[in-house]
Design a binder for this molecule. Structure first.
Ligand code: GAL
Length: 674
């Protein structure tokens, strides 16, 4: 059964509204409600005094209505009494400011008092509800990620560092502490990175982020274990955040949850939202090893550039089915009913302030019907199979957010999204691989490696094996630069990939925003129609890249070839005439190097061509540009994201429409706009 529902906060409403809620949920075909995420102060109004009666009634009511429950532990938002009694458990910023109560997430995960209180409330919930017939899963906490730099955190950080580095000598070496006289002679001298006079040490900053991810994970595991012990049959999860905030290393966390559950809020109101939906879903599927669940998205809202954007009719449906097509076991939203007050009082909901007689609720009802029809085929269908993959690595992102980098506008997330977007626009189904966590790189035809800054020796060897065995690798600038502790790999960039790529980069030339650099095709003056690169050291390279030319922004480099063939040279700018894009034959495969910050169109043209050479096939040939096609098992999902009707295989998709086909015909009602 595909799950359909979302966050439900009955504690914000009088009981008569609960009855209406359940009736409306039934009308919409909602089959799961996430309950209790922020209900700590209602569940435990005073220390050790629990009030479960209301929750009993809510769970019973939902159960009678045939609606399952993802029951949350409320530990993301400690109640006022807790923070008053334990001011030491309030988080401290890098500036040394101890935050006050008044929002949510006011906790320090290293605080023993907080951990004890969290275990206590989670334990009581487990005791009372582990065998409730409505319980489908546990939802621990909410979007783990609170940062704290207090002294208790400092002590935990030191213990973590001792485990990671063993002795101080190793830490000093890994952190290059002889730079600026930072050599530590006692563990007690090490604190979390705090406001300091000038730039902090990048290795220190990065290790703290790793520590925080692990420390938060310990907090999760503690709760998970006691919930599991109460009833091992009930899966335990927590909701991972997708987007610009990378609080924890999800690829590592994924190993500890029973279900990878993801919150995703696109932040682009235009077609970028559809591309972000595909990106988020493909990444979540990677974390989940194939299966995952969309735990939250905005039913009728995209936050974009400081403004709320109401989704156009049909877009809720398209996005929701987009996640399902890409492997989600359902579509869930934040939230069921729009609140009357509180900080998120205008956040959208399936039942908005105006009530159920609204476009969003009507669309939800129709979507519920579609999901029900789809359930028998989609719920257990295997996830989309991809012939190409993109790398993802949270520590590389953290390192590229660190101090001392060569350009202030380096943006790892943007680079990975751009690579994925290029594949998406080329209609290639992509997966993600996580070389920082697992050296298994699969048997993809092509792997794209955008800005994989940190690469271990083991990961470098795995990439070598992958290419030697016939794989095609496309590596972009800022990859393979450092070891996992941020120490630079010497001898020329991109250190970890130099051998496979057959190049040596000796200088970086980051460019001011707005500067556009042109790349030649490797055969200046040759006929574009022939599309052949013939200058010495260059190889034949036919097709759109050669004839259209390429442009780059923000980043160029001085590249020397050391075995690689030059595919494209810089045509202007400080590197004019020097190699820009290269290809190296390595074993049975090829490794491409992209030294420039290619614009979207250029990267897309390049990846399209490399993928074709590598034998990676689009999901369907000849798709119109506005149409997205995804295969999940036997089902083919076709999405028309455009404003005009589009025809695919004699099926006409209305503007904004979705068609789902299986081997034995069209599944479910056609979904169109309005
Ligand atoms: C999510 C969060 C929810 C709510 C929502 C608003 O990230 O889990 O509690 O705050 O954002 O968009």
């Amino acid at each position: 059964m595909l799950l359909f529902g979302g966050d439900y906060n009955p504690e914000q409403w009088p009981e008569e509204v609960w009855t209406e809620d359940v009736a409306l949920m039934r009308q919409a075909g909602v089959n799961i409600a996430t309950v209790g995420v922020f209900a700590w102060s209602d569940l435990e109004p005073e220390p050790g005094r629990y009030e479960f009666d209301w929750l009993d009634r809510v769970l019973d009511l939902l159960h009678e209505g045939g609606i399952k429950v993802a029951l949350a532990t409320p530990t993301a938002s400690p109640p006022p009494w807790f923070t008053l009694a334990h001011p030491e458990a309030l988080p401290v910023t890098a500036d040394g400011i101890r935050l006050s109560h008044g929002s949510r997430d006011t906790y320090c995960v290293s605080s023993p008092a907080y951990r004890a209180a969290a275990r206590a409330v989670a334990g009581r919930l487990a005791e009372r509800y582990a065998h409730h017939p409505a319980l489908a899963m546990w939802h621990v906490h909410n979007e783990y990620g609170t940062d704290c730099r207090c002294d208790v955190t400092a002590a935990a950080f030191r213990l973590w560092l001792q485990k990671r580095h063993g002795d101080l000598g190793t830490l000093n070496e890994a952190w290059t502490t002889s730079f600026w006289s930072q050599r530590y002679s006692d563990w007690a001298q090490i604190a979390p990175p705090r406001a300091t006079q000038y730039m902090p040490n990048p290795a220190h900053v990065l290790d703290f982020r790793r520590f925080l991810s692990d420390e938060l994970l310990d907090g999760f595991i503690e709760q998970r274990d006691l919930l599991r012990a109460a009833n091992p049959a009930v899966p335990v999860t927590t909701n991972f955040v997708q987007g610009g905030w990378v609080s924890v290393d999800h690829a590592r966390w994924a190993e500890e949850v029973d279900v990878v559950a993801v919150d995703h809020y696109p932040d682009d109101a235009g077609p970028g939202a559809e591309e972000q939906t595909a990106f988020a879903a493909d990444l979540a599927r990677g974390w989940g090893g194939g299966s995952w669940l969309l735990m939250e998205t905005g039913p009728n809202l995209i936050y974009t550039r400081g403004r709320m954007h109401a989704k156009e009719p049909g877009r809720l449906t398209r996005h929701s089915l987009g996640y399902v097509a890409r492997g989600s076991s359902g579509a869930m939203y934040f939230q069921w009913r729009q609140p009357r007050g509180g900080a998120e009082l205008f956040h959208s909901a399936l039942v908005p302030h105006a009530g159920p007689d609204t476009p969003v609720f009507r669309e939800a009802v129709a979507l519920g019907r579609t999901l029900r029809t789809l359930s028998p085929k989609a719920a257990d269908a295997p996830p989309p199979a991809a012939s190409v993959a993109v790398t993802w690595d949270a520590p590389s992102w953290w390192a590229l957010q660190g101090p001392g980098l060569p350009a202030a506008d380096i943006d790892y997330l943007a680079a990975v999204r751009q690579a994925h977007r290029a594949l998406y626009r080329a209609k290639l189904q992509a997966d993600f691989v996580f070389p920082g966590v697992s050296t298994a790189l699969g048997d993809y035809r092509m792997i794209v490696v955008p800005q994989l800054y940190l690469v271990s020796d083991e990961a470098a060897a795995a990439f070598r094996d992958y290419v030697a065995a016939g794989g095609t690798l496309v590596v972009t600038y800022l990859s393979g630069i450092a070891e996992p502790d941020t120490r630079i790999r010497l001898g020329g960039y991109p250190g970890a990939f130099r051998e496979i790529l057959g190049v040596r980069v000796v200088e970086w030339h980051p460019q001011a925003p707005g500067t556009v650099i042109t790349l030649e095709d490797g055969l200046a003056g040759a006929t574009a129609s022939a599309g052949l690169a013939a200058s010495s050291g260059s190889v034949a390279f036919s097709g759109s890249v050669a004839s259209a030319g390429l442009t780059a922004e923000r980043w160029i480099e001085r590249v020397e070839t050391a075995g690689a063939a030059t595919i494209s040279r810089y045509a202007d700018g400080p590197m004019a005439g020097a190699p820009a894009i290269t290809r190296n034959r390595y074993g049975a495969g090829s490794a491409w190097y992209v030294s420039a910050g290619l614009t979207d169109d250029s990267l897309q043209a390049l990846l399209r061509q490399v993928a074709a050479e590598a034998g990676a096939e689009p999901v369907l040939p000849g798709l119109p540009s506005e149409v997205e096609a995804v295969r999940r098992g036997d089902l083919l999902f076709l999405f028309n994201h455009g404003d005009q009707p589009a025809t695919v295989d004699r099926v006409t998709l209305p503007p904004g429409g979705v068609r789902i086909r299986s081997a034995d015909g069209v599944e479910g009602p056609p979904v169109g706009r309005g």
